[in-house]
Structure formats: C-alpha cells, structure tokens
Design a protein around this ligand. Structure first.
Ligand code: BGC
Length: 604
C-alpha cells in the first residue's frame, strides 16, 4: 500500500505511471513477453519478469486435465510472478473460442459460423458470460477471442471461426465482448479498456485485420483492397469491439496489399491506436515474428525491430523467449527502438492488468469450479445449437414438408460417422489445436440425443457405413444421414475444392436412393453440393460445428422447436464462383446469404 501502484483506489493511469517509473529495462521487456506454459519454469517467470503465459492450442497441464488441475497450474505460475521484485501479476491466455475448449468437461458451444446463423447478439453475449466463468474457474484471465474476421471465402480454413461473410453480422455478434469482459457503465471513458470483475476475462479481438479477405481464402495470405474497403469491410467490427472496451487486439499473420500486418505502422499505430483510439495492447500472433520476413526467423532481429516499431506491444514469442529478450534489449540499447515506444507498450500492458483487477484478484476462485460444464451452461449451448440450424430443403415437393420427423416411426436408420462422434461435432480448437475425433470430452452426440428423443417403440439403427445389405433385411421408415468435415484448423483447413470429405457424397447417395432421407451436414462452412445430390435428399440441414450439445439438433428435427437459423455465408453452386458474396455483380448462389426455411417451408 506504500506505493501508488499497489493502491486499488488510486486512479489507473496513476498506478500505471507509478509502476512504470519503478521498472528497469529488463522488467519492461519481460512484461512485453508472452511465453508458452511448457517452457514457463517458475524461475524464468520470476527472474525475467515475464508478463504473460499462454497455452498454445492443446497445451494442457496433462491429458484430460480437469479444471481444478488447470487452476492449480495457473495459480502456481501466478505465485511465481507475484514473487518477482515488483510483484506484477500475469495474464494467462488461452483460446477459449467456443467455450473453454481446452478443458475436459467444459461446455462447448457452436463454433462462430453457427452463432452467425442465429444472428442473436443477446445469445452471443450470454455465451461470452458463460465462457468467461468457465475460463476464470481455471484461474485463467485472458482469452484470445473473439475472432471478428469477415470471412469472404469459404475456402479459408478458419471460416468457422468467423461469424460470417457480412460486416454488419459480425458487428452485431461483437456483443460477445461485453459477455466476456462485462458492460462498461454509462459515462465510462470512451474506448478505454474495461473489465467488470473477477468472473470476467480480458478479451482479444483478432486477427487485425483482413484475415478473412485473403485471395482465394488462403490462410495467412494477402488481402488486396483499397483502404476504404478495408475500413468498411474488415476494420468496422474492431470499432465496435473497441467501443465496448475490448482490452487487447491480436495482429493477423496475413498481409494487406503485400505488407505484413505485424509490420504495418500504418494499420497498427496510425489506424488502430491513433485513428480508432484503441488504448489496450496489441499482441502478435503465435511465433509471428519468427515467420515475419524469413522462414525460421533467420532475420529475427529485423522482425522484432519492425514489429515493435510498427506498434506491437506484447509478443507471443512463445518458445524462444531468451533469444527474443536478448534481441529486444540490444535493439533498445542501440536506440533502434526508442525507449518511448517501449514505455508506450508497457503502459498499455499495465493498464490492462490494472483494469482487469489482476493485481487485486490474481489467483483462481475455486468457488467457480462447479460452473464448468454445469447443466445450466449446457442448456445455453443447446439453445445455441437449436438456433444455429439452417434448414435449406424440406421435402422433394415443397408443399409436402419432410420435417419435422416422426419420433414414433417404427425403425429409423441413422448413418454416418458424424452422427456419433463428439470430436467431429466440435471441430478444431477442441481439446487440441486441430481438434480430434471420438469421445474427447463430456457431451451428447446426435446418436445419444436420438435415443432420448424417440419413443420406446421406435428402433434407432445406427450404422456408420451402411451397405446395400443394410436395406435388404430391414425396412426403415426414413433415414438421417450425418456427413461432413473432420476437425481441422488454420492452414490445415484450407480447401480449394470444398467437397464433402470422407465419402460423404457416396453415403448420401447410397442411403437416399433407398429410403427417404434427411441429410445433416456438420461442417465449418458451406460445401459443394452437386445438383443431383441435392435432388436425392428429402431434407437438408446445415448444422455447422455444434459443439457438445447434440440434443439441440433433435430438439428441432423432431419439431419441439422451430428452425430459426439463416445462412451466415452464401452457399455457392460451384467453387469457380468463389469468392462469391452479395457485393459482387454476378450473384447466383445455390442458396443466398441469409437464406433459411421454417419446417413449413416459409423463407425466414
Ligand atoms: C492462432 C491464433 C491463436 C494463437 C494462440 C495462432 O496459431 O492464429 O488465433 O490465438 O495461435 O494459440
């Protein structure tokens, strides 16, 4: 209490100034450094005054670690930081992009593309609140979310991380920021970082900017546009995030007109900080400086120099921290990076730490542990699934809707791997970076949900890969075929053909040629649907990547709830049309942006 920075009732800017004035250069550059959990020994944290730790995708204390183990681990790191000379607490960052998805047993919400289909800002905010709780329960106070990319091309492997292709839709869904951080009260300083309490997390709007607009949807590619278009299409959602007090912004791996975002003084400093008035901190993407100019960081020095001078405040190193610190110190000592730049970066980081209450509440609150994966949260996820489903076809004859399905039918065939694979239902960034198949966490597959939804007289026959023989011996009232994409993330998800993988087209044909069939597509984006294939289906539902609550699907297909979802992305007819969105002159989609039917075949 003897120093201003430790006094919780002193104004934040005074605390920042006071603490900054006490810091050595090493402590300052330590604060600018974010390292991976796996290399974060307690002595490294204390001695180097490390500012932040992260779990890169899938990096957990151990496999299937429950929330308590996470809290123990993070508290251990936090205590090491508190034991450093100035006792500056850490920000611990994770990608909780659809619930606290690294943690076994957490509630997993639909990926953003599905939430975009709901167009429900209130729902996004509630999901933000619940995610914040489940993250904080693990002692974690920083979330690299939301992704506010405007996905202009479904060939992009990160399409599912985007709420959709239209700027206004993304702007609406930025309400998740107030869910994660809390709602700034009336009169709160404009654009100033905000966080309302110890059940909230520091959010991060990413990836600044134009990540969803790259040519041919290539991940980490190049977005070619005028500045006016960049601002109108891709920058606009950041303005909403900033006005809601978003604390941090992550730079994109991509380029704008050939210039790396991490190297763009114009976009990071002149636009984001000066024009838009952002007062939080800008973080790099993971290992972005290793990749900036040369592969494998062969010109690391130049990368650090350019990025820090461009306006990067915190560097997600995350492994080669000693090398990074050595370079950065030399660059400052030689005057190539001015001290004023370092002070600005550290001020921004400290501001977020004070705003977030990290000094007052550095450790986990174990009373939150029970919230992780609780029924109340799962119910919200189930509602989100219901609202995200988009009905694209209902009946071969539009006057004879095929849905809702008869839950009292005698025998139903359920086919396809995606019908009983929780990991596939969740997609990438679940448990691991790329995601994985199988019973990866606690949840309900479509098959589980079907068994609960049908009457006692009804037999549900599940076959992952039915053959013609399946139909020879048994009669089915109808079938549900669930096909789609396996989990993927980032560049691994880029696809130039967008065909339904894993034999999905063949499976649809095999079944739909024999039995009336509802096709449910589990995917992070629209996929190519051959006209003939669509004709064969009696009904077609896009379910996106729904997460752990498969019962949200049965709720709707059996008619307990009505379809409400509308396409967040244009459904192209052929990949040659891509990128295809409403702003282009020739707009001849299979289904237009915003399309969706009710079970009575009314266009929503
Ligand atoms: C991704 C970011 C993510 C970061 C940290 C990167 O590979 O591009 O979206 O926040 O990893 O996990």
């Amino acid at each position: 209490m003897d120093c201003v920075y430790k006094n919780p009732s002193a104004p934040i800017e005074e605390r920042v100034k006071d603490l900054l004035s006490r810091m050595t250069l090493d402590e300052k550059i330590g604060q600018m450094t974010q390292i991976e959990r796996g290399v974060a020994t307690l002595s490294v944290i204390t001695e180097l005054s490390i500012g932040s730790i992260l779990s890169v995708g899938g990096s957990a204390p151990y496999e299937d670690a429950p929330s308590e183990a996470w809290a123990d681990m993070v508290d251990g790191f936090q205590k090491a930081a508190l034991g450093s000379r100035l006792g500056i607490p850490l920000l611990y960052g994770v990608d909780a992009i659809h619930g606290n998805n690294n943690v076994y047993g957490a509630t997993i919400f639909p990926q953003n593309v599905g939430l975009g289909a709901t167009r429900d800002a209130d729902l996004a905010q509630k999901i933000g609140m619940v995610t914040a709780l489940e993250v904080r329960a693990c002692g974690i106070n920083y979330n690299f979310a939301p992704c506010v990319a405007v996905c202009k091309d479904p060939r992009w492997g990160r399409c599912y991380e985007s709420y959709g292709e239209e700027t206004e839709l993304i702007r609406k869904m930025t309400s998740i920021v107030t869910g994660l951080q809390g709602q700034p009260p009336p009169g709160y300083p404009k654009n100033y970082p905000f966080l309302s309490g110890s059940d909230k997390v520091v959010a991060c709007a990413k990836h600044f900017v134009g990540d969803g607009g790259t040519e041919r949807g290539i991940n980490e590619g190049n977005t070619i546009s005028s500045y006016d278009d960049l601002e109108r299409i891709h920058i606009a959602p950041y303005i909403d995030c900033i006005s809601q007090g978003v604390c941090t912004v992550m730079a994109s791996y991509s380029k704008w007109n050939g210039c790396h975002l991490h190297a763009s003084h114009f976009l990071l400093t002149e636009v984001l900080k000066e024009k838009l008035g952002f007062k939080g901190f800008v973080i790099t993407d993971s290992e972005a400086l290793d990749r900036l100019y040369h592969p494998h960081g062969s010109n690391y020095d130049q990368s650090i120099l350019t990025a820090i001078n461009a306006g990067i405040d915190m560097v997600m190193v995350p492994f080669r921290y000693q090398l990074f610190l050595d370079h950065l110190r030399c660059l400052v000592e030689s005057g190539k990076i001015p001290m004023t730049r370092i002070d600005d970066a550290v001020e921004r980081i400290l501001r977020v730490k004070f705003v977030s209450g990290a000094f007052e509440n550095p450790l986990s609150d174990r009373s939150l542990l029970d919230t992780v994966g609780c029924n109340h949260h799962r119910e919200l996820a189930r509602v989100a699934v219901r609202k995200s489903l988009v009905l694209l076809k209902n009946g071969k004859d539009i006057t004879k809707p095929f849905l809702p399905l008869d839950r009292k039918a005698k025998r139903i065939l359920l086919a396809g791997k995606h019908a009983d694979d929780l990991g596939f239902q969740c997609g990438g960034w679940t448990k691991t970076w790329e995601g994985m198949g199988g019973r990866i966490t606690i949840g309900t597959t479509i098959l589980d949900a079907m068994k609960d939804a049908v009457g006692g007289e009804t037999e549900v026959v599940y076959e992952e890969n039915p053959s013609p023989d399946t139909f020879a011996s048994q009669d089915f009232s109808y079938s549900i075929v669930v096909v789609g994409e396996p989990p993927y993330c980032e560049s691994g998800g880029d696809s130039q053909d967008l065909r339904i993988p894993l034999g999905g087209e063949e499976l649809i044909s095999l079944v739909a040629d024999r039995v009336p069939t509802l096709v449910i597509l589990i995917s992070g984006r629209p996929l190519y649907i051959e006209p003939l294939l669509l004709e064969k289906m009696d009904a077609f539902v896009a379910a996106w990547l729904p997460g752990t609550e498969g019962a949200g699907i049965t709720d709707v297909i059996f008619g307990d709830f009505e379809f409400q979802g509308r396409l967040p992305m244009t459904w192209f007819k052929s990949v040659d049309q891509l990128p295809m969105h409403q702003e282009r002159n020739s707009y001849e989609p299979l289904f237009p942006f915003g399309y969706g039917l009710t079970s009575k075949n009314k266009v929503l």
